[in-house]
Design a protein around this ligand. Sequence first.
Ligand code: NAD
Length: 275
Amino acid sequence: MTLPTLALNDGHSLPQLGFGLWQVPAAQTAEVTATALRLGYPLVDGAAIYGNEIGQGEGIRASGIAREKIFVTTKVWNSEQGYDRTLKAVRDSLDRLGLPWVDLILIHWPTPARDLYLETWRALIKARDEGLCRSIGVSNFHQPHLQRLIGETGVVPAVNQVEVNPRLQQPGLRAFHAAQGIVTQSWTPLGQGKSFAAAPIAAAAARCGKSPAQVILRWHLQIGAAVIPRSTRAAGLAENLALFDFALTEAEMAAIAALDEGQRCGPDPDTFEIV
Ligand code: NAD
């Protein structure tokens, strides 16, 4: 099965569906990664702060899938922001992954009060120029943070990975992304299950013979976002991959759009400063 991809603004492409490794125990990560890749996921989303990059790399090798068929993401943690620290952090991540380059590196959070994200971005531009990654992007950036990066460097992030789920749909930020050619990649896409019982989700699930989680993931695909759900169970991974044999109607999409409450599961990027 060939899954859909989204064109990135740098000429590369991003698989629209992948799986995430946040909170996957380090000892389980290689097995989860290999299982997911063998099931057909083309993208694995990791990060230095997840503490499981060694397993992420082991799982990639154990899967038996050719490296060029796998899209590998990692992220630079807040404590490593700044030009020199970021370049070292990128090399450290590659060492842990056991890879000479990755497909995508993101700045994990802007941590705006520390005011280091601009030089961190310049370091990622350098890392890309040195061939340590193919694409560079950000995570949890708001429009003013993006505008500053673009204005100062002229380099538009390929991706902004942000919290998106039915209760936090981020229409304004997604419209800005679309105007700038930035792909939105949704984290915590299932929204901690808080919308599973909502009437539009339950009704679409019943009509399509799918689970609420599958309806929500399909909604992400149909709004044009990339999405990276997490499950450590093979059955859960398989369920979250089975999104391509049904479609939500325009009326169902509109009813889900009405569930937006602007309510976050995670922290607010304007104030999240933990290093
Ligand atoms: P998620 O929305 O993928 O939900 C995961 C939870 O939902 C788990 O408890 C899992 O057991 C459960 N689940 C998974 N599939 C299910 C199904 N089919 N039915 C019912 N329950 C199901 O949440 P997440 O892990 O927070 O986000 C996904 C990925 O996004 C992470 O693993 C990580 O890679 C990334 N992420 C990035 C950031 C960031 O700051 N950039 C923050 C959070 C997460």
